[in-house]
Design a protein around this ligand. Structure first.
Ligand code: UDP
Length: 326
């Protein structure tokens, strides 16, 4: 298959590119690089089956030749990033999704939307199943991301129902691994960066809020299976993907300090907790299990060990740029 990945230089987009290329497909990665980075795809540049195009998908997307699939992964995805780029976040969810769907329609290609657990907002149902319609504050700081993705899902279903486009929607829960940006503000790179520098881990609030962390290769496996599923009405409905192993942020901080041998401890930062920060989050993956035979297989400590190794090299560079320059 010839596949376009928007956000192809991002954390998930680049891992997806690796997987698709390994399966023998050819990949066009598109990215405007506001939160993506070509370092993530450097190893692919020069391959005949890989192309990178720098482009902002909120503008018309032109691709010559046929396409078999369009995977729409472009968007700022960490709270810090979408607070920094609120209008771009809304535009890529709305205009970017429209352009990507229009392209899929024109090329008769399959379309897969990277949606998010944020469509459930600060959930009142636990764990979250796909039929839960969510609890989102439209005008809160996270609203720019949540509503953009909710609109993107609505538009995807509209193209499916009105134009017959073969569409897929994956609701991605917290995922971590190599190629996350050290400074993207999310809890995994933040805590690991702090731990490797010997600093206290900054727990927002009292740390009782929960998350469920999925290692990137497990997520990519689920996305690949969803993409390859034969077309059906069921395949077009949203699917949660993530790892249901849930823990409090405080517990998570303790694990990071233990695994890195950090003596910096923990610092509670009540003021840093962003309004509307979900108190709980855990995917119900029953649908993914039944539809895709999906099951996460990488344990938390195993995935974290790999991620810590990845960040270890980068913390050295970031923490001491003068040394790096020498
Ligand atoms: N968090 C934290 N300290 C940090 C960064 C994040 O305690 O340095 C908390 C944050 O308040 C949230 C959870 O960790 O409750 C997960 O945050 P993240 O930004 O990774 O993503 P989210 O799941 O909120 O989209």
């Amino acid at each position: 298959m010839r596949i376009l990945i928007t956000g192809g230089a991002g954390f998930l987009g680049s891992h997806l590119a690796d997987r698709l290329l390994a399966e023998g497909h050819s990949v066009i990665a598109m990215d405007n690089l506001i939160t993506g980075n070509t370092d993530n795809i450097q190893h692919l540049i020069g391959r005949p089956d890989f192309t990178f195009i720098r482009h902002d998908v909120t503008n018309y997307i032109y691709i010559s030749g046929h396409l078999d699939a369009v995977l729409h992964f472009a968007s700022p995805a960490s709270p810090i990033d979408y607070l920094k780029y609120p209008i771009q976040t809304l535009k890529v969810g709305a205009l970017g999704t429209h352009n990507a769907l229009g392209l899929a329609l024109a090329k008769r290609a399959r379309f897969l939307l990277a949606s998010t657990s944020e469509v459930y907002g600060d959930p009142l149902v636990h764990p979250q199943r796909e039929d839960y319609t969510g609890n989102v504050n439209t005008i809160g700081p996270r609203g720019v991301y949540d509503e953009a993705k909710r609109f993107a899902e609505a538009l995807t279903m509209a193209y499916h129902r009105s134009h017959g486009v073969d569409t897929r929607i994956v609701r991605i829960f917290n995922t971590y691994g190599e190629r996350m940006r050290l400074d993207d503000g999310r809890v995994v790179p933040n805590f690991i960066g702090q731990a490797l520098r010997g600093e206290p881990l900054t727990v927002h609030g009292d740390g009782t809020q929960t998350r469920s962390f999925c290692y990137v290769s497990d997520l990519i496996e689920g996305i690949y299976r969803l993409l390859m599923l034969p077309p059906s009405e069921d395949a077009s409905l949203p699917v949660n993907l993530g790892n249901p192993l849930e823990m409090s942020i405080l517990e998570f901080a303790q694990i990071i300090n233990e695994m890195t041998g950090n003596r910096g401890g923990i610092e509670f930062r009540y003021k840093d907790r962003i309004e509307g920060d979900p108190q709980t989050r855990q995917p119900d993956i029953t649908r993914a299990r039944n539809l895709l035979g999906y099951e996460p297989v990488v344990g938390l400590r195993e995935g974290l060990a790999r991620t810590i190794e990845y960040f270890r090299a980068r913390v050295g560079v970031t923490a001491n740029p003068s040394k790096h320059a020498e």
